[in-house]
Structures are given as structure tokens and as C-alpha cells.
Write a protein that binds this ligand. Structure first.
Ligand SMILES: Cc1cc2nc3c(=O)[nH]c(=O)nc-3n(C[C@H](O)[C@H](O)[C@H](O)COP(=O)(O)OP(=O)(O)OC[C@H]3O[C@@H](n4cnc5c(N)ncnc54)[C@H](O)[C@@H]3O)c2cc1C
Length: 466
């Protein structure tokens, strides 16, 4: 007789692909519910867990990273196993997961970025913020990334918090950065940076900017950089005034920008310049970025309260040797997993994966986080988002066909038969301690290990000693 799904004798087997915030909040919600016994395996393509908390959140924002403590408790639960260094698509396939798990949650985030689609975008010197952020945070895939910081002027396209992070890292002094967990290779290069001007380009006006107030305020507190805001850029049209009146965060942002405009230049060696109502239309240069051509925009109020912008055919050129586009992240397709290219995410209804956009649901497959709703929201946003998906998963359990081969050892055998060098939670805790120990003498939270082979060698040598 076969045991009923979700009982102690036959727990519900769940695979979570992606060990970022959304994967952990989904695991946490599954562990907290009382209806079913669960057994969860979390996979990540990198040996290290925590996704963008480790490789996105800025190194000078350490407090935010303390959220990791919650994820550590989840990983330490006896019902959870961690398989780091296992990529869905190459180390294990989607049909294989389907054989061993009753339900699969894709928590794969958004590994790629949106493009501007303008001429010159692929010139040397033009980068996505995604690459630059991954590089300074020590992501193993971006260790060899070459960014030339000998130039004097850089352009950051976009006015969200990622654009503010990129600007701040470019603008900070080496003293300010040296007490963080920024990757050693980035610290070394930034220490010799020649950047004097960082230009932030925003398509629309200051009221429509997406940064939050602490992030914009922080720019005004930098040791070696002034913030330059043109007073005329803060003169608002009627639609923007109305938008401003309705939102407290925007009011605070405007207060901060007005203060910057009044303060002006104080003589610090670096300058951060805001350019509102400008769209980059071409990245210019002969074999290397030398300038960005911008078109002036006007705001146009649309029917649904959206304030759009339109070019007015007036152009100016901004000299720049580097361009970073920070206009949003996109998920990347995984073989066997539905993908909606237009929005760059896994199509779904409330977290139930659908075969196509607005199509039929795919039984047993779910999505959370940035792969579900696109690259919006802070870390905490992923918690209610994951709870929504998990509630649907629980609702679906009575109608599930349990997988035939639910034995937890089957996945281990599969990975071993393929020589996949996966690491578990204990291994990760060991690596974590190595990094923290390396950081201590320098007064840093940790020195990140950025090479996967070094991580695996360290883990294997620890196992050899045991
Ligand atoms: C530059 C930047 C700075 C940010 N700063 C802040 C901040 O200061 N405060 C804040 O609250 N929020 C911040 N955020 C937002 C926050 O990081 C996200 O809300 C959150 O990380 C999204 O979680 P996620 O789990 O969906 O994706 P991710 O964090 O990206 O996690 C996805 C995980 O899936 C893994 N993965 C992907 N594909 C595969 C595969 N095929 N097989 C196995 N594993 C796979 C990845 O390796 C990764 O570990 C920032 C985001 C960025 C980009």
C-alpha cells in the first residue's frame, strides 16, 4: 500500500531552484505550515547561497545583509538539504527534477539585464550595471570583467536604487570602501580610479525617479564627491506637482534634491551630476565609448495617471569613457521551463507556472521572486510573494500525482553519478567562516572567495581532515 502524500511516511518532496531571498521565504513558508510533512531540497548554481543578498546588495550596506540569519535557520532545519554548485539546465535537468519531486519552485531571480537598444550599446566601455555590480561584489562569473577606470567621466543611465549603488561605489573613496566586503579585485582597481565626474541620466523628471530616500540622501554624505542638481530641473509641471502631492517618499526625495541644488559645489574632487528629462539616444565612439548623445524630453500626462516622456528633437553630447545602463534586470530562460520573453520572466498566475503567458497552468511547477514578478521590490517584498505561491501549492496537493521515485537518496546518486561537485550547508558554513576569518585582521566583515575551484578545494581539504 502506498502512503498518502504529505504524511510522515511519505512527505511532500519539494525542489527549490535558487537560494536567494525568494527561495528561502518559500522554504520558510513550507516549513511553517502544519497541513503536510515536507522534505525540501534547495539547489543553487553557485556554491554560495543567498543570491543577490551576496552578489547584488551593495558592500557598503552591510546591515541589510543581516537578513541572512533568517535563511541560515531555514537551512539548518532537518527537513531541508542544500545543494550548492548545481545548475538547473546543465548539472540536473528539468525532467529529472520532475521525476524526483512532487512540486518544483523556480526561485531563479533575474540573471540578465534590460538593454537600451540604441546604437553603440556594445562598444567597449559600455556595460550593464548587472555586470559591474556582480564584479564589485565578487560574483565568480565576473572576476575577469575588464572595466577601465582610468577615464575621467562615467555615465549611469537610470534613477533606481541600482543606479544609486553604482554611482556611490564609483564615487566613494578607497577608505570608505576598504572596510566593506567589496571584492579585493574591485577594491584594488577602484583605489586607482581616475573618475572625476559621474553623470546620472534620467528619462523623466525628479518626481518620477525611482530611488528611495535613504539612497539619494547617502549621495550627499560622501567624503570625496559633491552632488550637482540644476535648480531648473526641479521646476515641476502640473502633472508632476499632483504626483508629488500624493506621495511622501517623493516629497522627501524632492526635499533632498532641493538641498543638493542649494548646496552646489563644495570643492570635493569628484562630482555627481544629475541630468533629468534626458534620454540616451546613442553611445558614441570609434572603438571605445567617448560620449553619450542625449535627447531632451518633455513630460506628457497620460490618461491612466502615468506621466510619460517624449523627445523634442534637441540633442546634446556628454563626454564619457564609461557607460553603465541600470534600467532593470531580466530572467534568463532555462531549458524545459516556460519563459515569457517579452517580460523576461517565467509566466505564471499568482505563482503557478503557466505554459505560456496567460496559458494553462503546468501541474506541480511554481515560481517566486524576481523570476515571478520581474525585478521589482526590496528583499522583504519576496516574503509575501513567496507565501502567495506556497498557499497555491498547498491548495494543489490533493490533486497532485505523487512522483514514483521520491527517495531523497536518488538525487544524491544522480549528482554523484555525474560527478557534480555539490556542496551542502555544513560545507557552506565552513566557507563562510574562512571568509570571515580572512576579513577580521583588516576590520572587514569578510574577504570573499571569488573562485569556485578555490571554494571546492577548501571544502574538500576540510572533508579530508574529518
Ligand atoms: C544591485 C542590487 C542591489 C539591491 N540592493 C537591495 C537592498 O539594498 N535592499 C533590498 O531590500 N533589496 C535590494 N535589492 C533587491 C533584492 O536583491 C531582490 O529583491 C532579491 O534578491 C530577489 O530575490 P530572488 O530570490 O528572486 O532572486 P536572487 O536573489 O537573484 O536569487 C536567485 C538565485 O537563483 C540562482 N539561480 C539562477 N539560475 C539558476 C539555475 N539555473 N540553477 C540553479 N540556481 C539558479 C542564482 O544563483 C541565485 O542565487 C537589490 C537588487 C540589486 C540587483
Amino acid at each position: 500500500m502506498t502512503s498518502q502524500l504529505g504524511t510522515g511516511a511519505r512527505p511532500l518532496r519539494v525542489a527549490i531552484v535558487g537560494a536567494g531571498p525568494s527561495g528561502f521565504y518559500a522554504a520558510g513558508a513550507l516549513l511553517q505550515q502544519k497541513d503536510y510533512h515536507v522534505s525540501i531540497d534547495i539547489f543553487d548554481r553557485l556554491p554560495t547561497p543567498y543570491g543577490l543578498v551576496r552578489y547584488g546588495v551593495a558592500p557598503d550596506h552591510q546591515k541589510i545583509k543581516s537578513v541572512i540569519k533568517v535563511y541560515e535557520r531555514t537551512m539548518a532545519d532537518s527537513r531541508v538539504r542544500y545543494f550548492g554548485n548545481v545548475d538547473l539546465g546543465s548539472d540536473i535537468t528539468q525532467p529529472e527534477l520532475k521525476q524526483h519531486y512532487d512540486q518544483i519552485i523556480y526561485a531563479v531571480g533575474a540573471l540578465s539585464d534590460r538593454r537600451l537598444d540604441i546604437p553603440g550599446e556594445d562598444l567597449p566601455g559600455s556595460f550593464s550595471a548587472t555586470e559591474f555590480v556582480a564584479w564589485y561584489n565578487g560574483h565568480p562569473d565576473f572576476v575577469d570583467y575588464e572595466v577601465d577606470l582610468s577615464v575621467e567621466s562615467a555615465v549611469v543611465v537610470g534613477v533606481g536604487n541600482v543606479a544609486m549603488d553604482v554611482t556611490r561605489i564609483l564615487a566613494k573613496s578607497v577608505d570608505e570602501l576598504s572596510k566593506t566586503d567589496i571584492a579585493d579585485h574591485a577594491l584594488e582597481k577602484l583605489a586607482h580610479s581616475n573618475i572625476k565626474h559621474i553623470h546620472i541620466i534620467a528619462r523623466r523628471g525628479p518626481v518620477q525617479a525611482k530611488f528611495t530616500n535613504p539612497e539619494i540622501k547617502e549621495l550627499g554624505e560622501l567624503e570625496v564627491a559633491d552632488v550637482i542638481v540644476k535648480p531648473e530641473d526641479l521646476v515641476l509641471d502640473a502633472a508632476s506637482e499632483a504626483e508629488l502631492a500624493a506621495d511622501r517618499t517623493t516629497q522627501r526625495n524632492m526635499e533632498t534634491l532641493r538641498e543638493f541644488a542649494e548646496r552646489g559645489v563644495t570643492g570635493k574632487p569628484r562630482q555627481i551630476h544629475f541630468h533629468f528629462l534626458r534620454s540616451p539616444v546613442e553611445i558614441c565612439g570609434d572603438g571605445q565609448v567617448t560620449s553619450v548623445r542625449m535627447e531632451k524630453n518633455l513630460l506628457v500626462a497620460k490618461e491612466d495617471n502615468y506621466i510619460a516622456c517624449e523627445g523634442i528633437g534637441e540633442f546634446d553630447d556628454l563626454p564619457a569613457g564609461l557607460v553603465f545602463r541600470a534600467i532593470g534586470y531580466r530572467s534568463v530562460p532555462i531549458p524545459g521551463v516556460p519563459f515569457y520573453d517579452r517580460w523576461g520572466l517565467i509566466p505564471n498566475q499568482g505563482g503557478r507556472v503557466t505554459a505560456t503567458h496567460k496559458g494553462e497552468t503546468v501541474p506541480g511547477e511554481y515560481v517566486v521572486g524576481w523570476a515571478k514578478r520581474g525585478p521589482t521590490g526590496i528583499i522583504g517584498t519576496n516574503k509575501p510573494d513567496a507565501v502567495e505561491t506556497v498557499n497555491l501549492m498547498l491548495e494543489d496537493v490533493p490533486n497532485l500525482t505523487p512522483v514514483a521515485d521520491a527517495n531523497p537518496s536518488a538525487v544524491v546518486q544522480l549528482l554523484q553519478s555525474r560527478n557534480v561537485d555539490y556542496i551542502n550547508f555544513i560545507d557552506w558554513q565552513f566557507l563562510d567562516q574562512v571568509e570571515v576569518k580572512r576579513g577580521a585582521p583588516q576590520g572587514r566583515p569578510r574577504v570573499k572567495i571569488t573562485d569556485v575551484d578555490e571554494m571546492l578545494d577548501l571544502v574538500r581539504s576540510k572533508q579530508g581532515e574529518e
